[in-house]
Design a protein around this ligand. Structure first.
Ligand SMILES: CC(C)(COP(=O)(O)OP(=O)(O)OC[C@H]1O[C@@H](n2cnc3c(N)ncnc32)[C@H](O)[C@@H]1OP(=O)(O)O)[C@@H](O)C(=O)NCCC(=O)NCCS
Length: 151
């Protein structure tokens, strides 16, 4: 059975295994371990892990300033995608944001990433576009769509 638990800086290696598996390297969306660590050592940052027994199979990382939260990254092991693990992680993120008194959750998603539909299904709406936000391996720079969920 999959459960969602809180993780921390000590889980970066396990998180990176999922990061490399879930994100297509062509698109330049994945973070490095150093980038993840630098967020996770900050106090207003949260890592949620989806675990199958003891094995990490998904993660969601957020940070916040006052009542504005940002969902920095979410990923599920490829072989387990489509089994509502992402939904579990996102629902728990939203629940904890509400409990923490946050009023909004923002995120950026690459223009063309189907995860846009996943977020929309969970109530996020597109509110803006950041031109050439990503740098991918093919030398192009896709835009990011900014999405917002009002809590
Ligand atoms: C995006 C991601 C986290 C979703 O997790 P998941 O476990 O595969 O998604 P779920 O099974 O929980 O899906 C929940 C709902 O969203 C929908 N959904 C999920 N991924 C979708 C997609 N790519 N396109 C359209 N709908 C999608 C599902 O159909 C499902 O709807 P349902 O409840 O009506 O069946 C996962 O696909 C992933 O890791 N993708 C690669 C990394 C990435 O791009 N992350 C987002 C950018 S930070």
């Amino acid at each position: 059975m999959i459960r969602v638990v809180e993780g921390g800086a000590g889980d970066v290696a396990g998180m990176m295994t999922i990061m490399h598996d879930a994100f297509d390297p062509r698109f330049g969306e994945a973070w490095t371990a150093a980038q993840c660590l630098s967020s996770l050592v900050m106090p207003d940052c949260q890592l949620l892990l989806a675990k199958d027994e003891d094995a990490i199979c998904g993660f969601a990382m957020s940070s916040w300033v006052l009542d504005h939260q940002e969902l920095l990254m979410i990923g599920v092991a490829q072989r387990l995608q489509g089994q509502h693990i992402g939904q579990l992680l996102l629902s728990e993120t939203i629940l904890r944001a509400r409990q923490g008194g946050r009023s909004k959750i923002f995120l950026e998603v690459r223009d063309g990433n189907k995860a846009h539909d996943f977020y929309q299904k969970h109530g996020f709406t597109s509110i803006g576009r950041r031109k050439n936000y990503y740098k991918n391996a093919e030398g192009t720079s896709p835009d990011a769509i900014t999405m917002l969920l009002e809590l």
